[in-house]
Design a protein around this ligand. Structure first.
Ligand SMILES: [Fe+2]
Length: 135
């Protein structure tokens, strides 16, 4: 499956949030590599766990910035983050019951969720944080 290609268009203008996003995109790309390969579901499950760990650390820092700077769309972001966490926990549980293959929908969901979330939702705070002097 085609990977997520990081370019400047993904930059939200805040250095550590960009670094966290890159780290997550890398793990998602690693997962996308596993879709066609005969990979033990344990490896996929470990990688999913790593991704959810990176994601929840990232949501924490992102939400903290939003609270510190009184970002008006904080409630909507928080809700989306929670939905994502809930859904990926379900995925991890599903792969842990040792399915022979992991449904392709999981990979599609991760790829499109992160791409859309960064490019559409997170991009909305770029100007806001920039105006506050955050880098
Ligand atoms: Fe976000």
């Amino acid at each position: 499956m085609e990977k997520i290609m990081w370019d400047e268009g993904f930059s939200v203008g805040v250095r550590d949030l960009d670094e966290q996003h890159k780290r997550i995109v890398n793990v998602v790309n690693t997962l996308l590599d596993m879709i066609d390969a005969k990979v033990d579901s344990e490896i996929i499950s470990d990688t999913l766990t790593k991704m959810t760990q990176y994601a929840s650390d990232h949501f924490k820092s992102e939400e903290q910035y939003m609270l510190d700077y009184h970002y008006p769309e904080y409630p909507s972001q928080k809700k989306q983050h929670q939905e994502f966490k809930k859904k990926t926990v379900d995925f991890c549980v599903e792969t842990m019951v040792h399915k022979a293959t992991v449904p392709a929908e999981i990979f599609m969901y991760l790829k499109s969720w992160w791409t859309n979330h960064i490019l559409k939702e997170d991009m909305k705070y770029k100007e806001f944080f920039h105006a506050k002097g955050l880098k």
